[in-house]
Design a protein around this ligand. Structure first.
Ligand code: FES
Ligand code: FES
Length: 178
């Protein structure tokens, strides 16, 4: 394994500690070096590679996860800071067989190209849907999520569609057993 980040040396110098949190609805407890990045712990220790690393510096949003319901850059969070919190990754959004409405909208509207930014975009967009934010806020709320590929129009269209769906009156999609 390569050590590509300077602060990893510091992270490795501190002995492991028990950290527990709720991850995608399941209680988890693990022994980890406390200053390791949540991003690495998720991808490596917890085998959830959906959360991506772009910049590693809090600039791109590829590593976005929800911590206690708010979007956070997992590359900036020491895992010890998550003690007792509730974490949702992109893997936690889909309801088993069914895609999350945001994921379905990204598929339908071509919101993903290379896919590096996509999980972070989807996590942030799912948060917007949760909060029932207005479609006019999409660009501002996604400003922390950088995409090198799409020029954003397809992403904004995807999120707008998901927000529209979220606001639509309950229909046969509500409570569907698919
Ligand atoms: S990898 Fe975390 S913000 Fe870019
Ligand atoms: S789809 Fe490639 S960075 Fe967004």
């Amino acid at each position: 394994m390569t050590v590509s980040h300077a602060h990893s040396h510091l992270a490795d110098a501190v002995p492991p500690q028990r950290v527990s949190f709720t991850l995608n609805g399941e209680p988890r407890a693990l022994m980890v070096r406390p200053f390791r990045r949540l991003l690495d712990v998720l991808r490596t220790d917890l085998a959830l590679p959906g959360t991506k690393e772009g910049c590693g510096e809090g600039e791109c949003g590829a590593c976005s996860v929800l911590i206690d319901g708010e979007p956070v850059n997992a590359c900036l969070v020491p895992v010890i800071q998550c003690e007792g919190s509730t974490i949702v990754t992109v893997e936690g959004l889909a309801d088993h067989a069914a895609l999350h409405p945001v994921q379905a909208a990204f598929v339908q509207h071509g919101g993903a190209q290379c896919g590096i930014c996509t999980p972070g975009m989807v996590v942030t967009a799912a948060w917007m849907v949760d909060r029932k934010l207005d479609a006019s806020a999409i660009r501002e709320k996604l400003s922390g999520n950088i995409c090198r590929c799409t020029g954003y129009s397809a992403i904004v269209a995807s999120v707008a569609a998901a927000l529209g769906d979220a606001k639509a009156p309950a229909s046969d999609a509500d409570g569907a057993d698919a």
